[in-house]
Design a protein around this ligand. Structure first.
Ligand SMILES: N[C@@H](CCC(=O)N[C@@H](CS)C(=O)NCC(=O)O)C(=O)O
Length: 216
């Protein structure tokens, strides 16, 4: 097996893929992408022209897999470890995939948009877009808050790909947008459970030296 994960240590979508790799105990080589450095950027775009990470390269099978969800699905298919992040049972797998989509599209996207706004030049701010993202984020968080009233993990009682998807955006919302505890106590408790999970604890520990660069 020869897997390389192209990543940046602060990237929330890379954290999603890393949780899966650590959960399954899959050996891989991390490859740091530094988009601000022309050579690193060009080398990465030669592999995946879209230029977004994470990207998994599997030299054994001659595959390049972009997209965090596809990476986790690929690992479940080609390198199944002891942890089954996508269940074999069709009904359970459907719930996991649907919840993964929910967290990416209705929480992660808006969190990313809100924090990304802080990186825009002063003359290219978009207050209307920011307001839309904030409203949509709170709608998504409200839905998740209700769901998590009766669940241990995002898609039920088993840890899954849905939790890989949920942890990074909830972490960054809590840290850099607004603490979850006030308005979303179930999500705050869920985030604490996620942080206790060894796979995610490791991801956060490795990202710690870079956290100072997250724009507040
Ligand atoms: N849908 C993609 C989203 C990936 C994504 O947005 N990655 C961000 C980092 S979290 C990125 O590459 N940003 C760099 C850029 O857009 O230039 C996935 O699930 O992997």
């Amino acid at each position: 097996m020869s897997l390389t994960l192209f990543l940046h240590p602060l990237s929330s979508y890379c954290h999603k893929a890393l949780i899966a790799l650590y959960e399954t105990g899959t050996p891989f080589t991390p490859h740091l992408v530094e988009l601000q450095k022309p050579e690193s950027r060009a080398a990465f775009k030669a592999i995946w022209p879209v230029g977004k990470f994470p990207v998994l390269r599997d030299e054994t099978n001659g595959r390049v897999i972009p997209e965090s969800t596809s990476i986790i699905e690929y690992l479940a298919w080609r390198y199944p470890g002891p942890a089954r992040l996508v269940p074999e049972d069709a009904a359970a797998a459907f719930d996991v995939r649907a919840t993964d989509r929910f967290y990416d599209l209705h929480i992660h996207t808006h969190m990313q948009r809100m924090i990304g706004e802080r990186l825009r030049p002063a003359d290219q701010k978009d207050p209307y877009g920011l307001e839309q993202a904030s409203t949509a984020l709170n709608v998504g968080l409200g839905v998740a808050e209700k769901t998590m009233a009766s669940r241990t993990w995002a898609a039920g009682e088993a840890f899954s790909m849905a939790d890989c998807a949920a942890a990074p955006p909830l972490f960054y919302v809590d840290m850099a947008v607004a603490p979850l505890a006030g308005s979303y106590p179930n999500l705050a408790a869920y985030l604490e459970r996620l942080k206790q999970r060894p796979s995610y604890a490791r991801v956060l520990e490795e990202a710690q030296p870079y956290m100072q660069f997250v724009p507040r």
